[in-house]
Write a protein that binds this ligand. Structure first.
Ligand SMILES: Cc1cc2nc3c(=O)[nH]c(=O)nc-3n(C[C@H](O)[C@H](O)[C@H](O)COP(=O)(O)OP(=O)(O)OC[C@H]3O[C@@H](n4cnc5c(N)ncnc54)[C@H](O)[C@@H]3O)c2cc1C
Length: 616
């Protein structure tokens, strides 16, 4: 069979359009980009000012002149959603954002916050969105300032919505401050991360104490205060309002799922930890994910007790049954065998990335000829093992040491594209191995069932990570309010459940029958863990599968979206701080529903909360 040319796959960014960073640059390039656009739809990255002679859409009416509104193609990271001719705006200040919000309210436009587009869920625009009266608000261009305040009563960072996680970590480092764990890509914005409840991986090794300023939970649990654009009934206008972490009203805004607009945040930060990351390719999946009765020293739960944070990535088909296992261990002094790293993205030597056009060709081949999945998997595993085996001390990846973010940010721009279905399962730490063992048993069976019928709906890789819950005691503020809608929200009735395992089911975009595969998996998650765990969706990814819909079936099950998942934020929570209270609060902050879309209307139906402003 023909060899597929593909390096090992971790999700990441590639081929992003370069976005003009200043108005002057924009004006310089606009003629050229506009000329190109006359030959067809806008290319990704092209910007055409509303009202200019090159615009192909009627300008939104009565635009305040200070606002830069432009036409561009919307494309998400996975390139699953590509919608030409969308209005964007890049506010230069929070006040401009307020102006835009009041304009949108007066002119019946919707505003969708936009960071750097890494999300998979249709909380910005869905694949089939054809809505015209919508503007995407890009925060990354101007609202991206980062101020580190080491001398503040709590060492913290004030960041504009569009500041990236990488820029925050880089700014903290000279002050001896940082984050313990981060999402894998550094190019994500802080508001996008908080809105969608992003997280890294962080489990304490036996005896490990959390340093003040860090949290075992999601990044939402780091927030000390945030500023949002909200409706002020007294003046009947949208205005800026800052919420402190001990204000009960902040709960739904800490993970707002893009049903609100955050312009600025203050997050606590802790000491800049030095972390060693060892990568191994010799551990067998059936040992790592063994049932408790078969576990050994190489099983996930035992490894976490010894090393702390562990991440396992594996492909469904590989003869050696090996995984890429990463161990992140807080290690103050550099071990002699480690390579010191001073910046992020160290898990692939420069130049070894798959060019986007090759990755696209492989993706197409996998779709058209799913029987090639096992071969693709085996090659990916061989490449992975090859990377981990590199001995050249200048580029070795199997033993890295440096500031936390230099080892926890690992998805780089050139990484091949995937789509991701993902769920979190909250369990007691004592049940960690059982939860993993049961998953692997079912997963193998599911793969075998499909393979037995000659079907390959899943290309991999699976990535498994875990961390603690969003405990208020991690926050350096008395009376810290938990993030109401965080997947890692603690369970008041069941405080022993202290760990969330995230199962990321990365797959080729539009792989045939992937929806059916994910549907079966999701149903199994919900059935299997009912007796000893709580299953929640990873909000930014794919979940809520139904067999009766298009686009792979994600986000379509009315029952899961309106009942099953919301119930996990109802059962056991006080009435004023549960799912329904969050919906009602978010609706009250935006009664005119400018910060929503069709999908969010399912999650946050208008029937909750204050009535909208009567139309003018
Ligand atoms: C390759 C890859 C790897 C990933 N790895 C991880 C990981 O390790 N851990 C993890 O948790 N996640 C991970 N993610 C998901 C990612 O962290 C989230 O999708 C995050 O929301 C992306 O931030 P963004 O700036 O790209 O946001 P966007 O995709 O631009 O926006 C995401 C959502 O946030 C909303 N939003 C953006 N800005 C604001 C704002 N100012 N106010 C309110 N809402 C806002 C948007 O409307 C949208 O609905 C990964 C994604 C990719 C593509």
């Amino acid at each position: 069979m023909k060899k597929l040319n593909m390096t090992t796959a971790q999700p990441g960014l590639s081929g992003s359009p370069s976005i003009n960073r200043s108005r002057r640059t924009f004006l310089k390039h606009s003629a050229a980009t506009a000329a190109a656009s006359t030959f067809g739809a806008l290319l990704p990255g092209q910007k055409i000012l509303a009202g200019s002679r090159w615009a192909t859409m009627d300008a939104p009416p009565h635009l305040p002149p200070e606002l830069e509104v432009y036409q561009k193609t919307f494309i998400n990271w996975a390139r699953e959603v590509v919608i030409p001719d969308v209005w964007f705006c890049s506010p230069r200040t929070a006040e401009e954002m307020v102006t835009l919000s009041n304009w949108a309210c007066d002119n019946q436009f919707k505003l969708r916050p936009f960071g750097t587009g890494h999300g998979f869920a249709p909380t910005i625009l869905g694949r089939r969105t054809r809505q015209r009266r919508v503007i995407l608000v890009d925060t990354s261009e101007y609202l991206n300032q980062v101020t580190v305040e080491p001398g503040h009563s709590i060492p913290s960072v004030v960041a504009g919505a569009g500041a990236t996680v990488e820029s925050i970590c880089r700014a903290c480092e000279p002050h001896g401050l940082g984050l313990y764990h981060t999402p894998a890509p550094g190019g994500v914005t802080i508001a996008g991360v908080l809105a969608m409840n992003a997280h890294g991986a962080a489990l304490p090794a036996d005896g490990e104490q959390l340093q003040p300023g860090h949290s075992w939970g999601t990044l939402s649990n780091l927030v000390l205060s945030l500023t949002a654009v909200v409706w002020e009934p007294a003046v009947a206008r949208y205005e800026l309002r800052t919420y402190q972490r001990n204000d009960p009203a902040i709960g739904p805004l800490l993970t707002c799922l893009a049903r609100a607009f955050i312009v600025e945040v203050r997050i606590q930060v802790g000491p800049n930890l030095k972390i060693r990351c060892i990568s191994r390719a010799d551990l067998k999946i059936d040992e790592l994910l063994a049932m408790p009765e078969n576990q050994n020293e190489h099983s996930f739960a035992n490894l976490t007790r010894r090393y702390g944070t562990v991440d396992v990535l594996f492909y469904p088909f590989n003869q050696q049954q090996i995984a890429w296992t990463k161990f992140w261990t807080v290690t103050p002094e550099k071990p002699t065998t480690s390579r010191e790293v001073t910046g992020p993205y160290n898990y692939q030597p420069p130049g070894s990335e798959t060019p986007p056009e090759v990755a696209d060709a492989v993706a197409a081949q996998l779709r058209e000829n799913p029987q090639s999945v096992p071969l693709y998997n085996q090659q990916s595993v061989d490449n992975m093992a090859g990377l981990i085996a590199i001995e050249d001390p200048a580029v070795q990846i199997n033993d890295l040491w440096g500031s936390a973010y230099c080892t926890t940010l690992y998805v780089r721009p050139e990484t091949p594209r995937h789509t991701v279905a993902a769920w979190g399962v909250i369990v007691r730490r004592a049940d960690l191995q059982r939860a993993l063992g049961e998953f692997y048993q079912y997963f193998r069976k599911l793969i075998a069932d499909f393979e037995g019928r000659g079907l390959y709906p899943y290309t991999g890789p699976v990535e498994i990570r875990a961390h603690g819950l969003d405990q208020p005691e991690d926050v350096l503020v008395d009376g810290a309010v938990p993030p109401t809608l965080s997947g890692a929200r603690p369970l008041p009735d069941d405080p022993d459940k202290d760990t969330i395992i995230w199962f990321a089911i990365n797959n080729n975009v539009d792989q045939p029958l992937a929806g059916t595969f994910n549907y079966q998996l999701e149903q199994w998650f919900l059935r299997n863990y009912r007796s000893y765990g709580v299953v929640r969706p990873e909000w930014t990814k794919c979940y809520g599968y139904s067999l009766l819909s298009r686009d792979g079936g994600a986000w379509n099950s009315e029952r899961l979206l309106r009942r099953t998942y919301p119930d996990t934020f109802r059962d056991g929570y006080p009435q004023g701080a549960d799912w329904d209270a969050a919906v009602s609060q978010l609706n009250s902050l935006d009664p005119n529903r400018i910060f929503t879309n069709d999908y969010l209307d399912k999650l946050f139906p208008p029937s909750f909360g204050r009535s909208p402003r009567p139309s003018a």
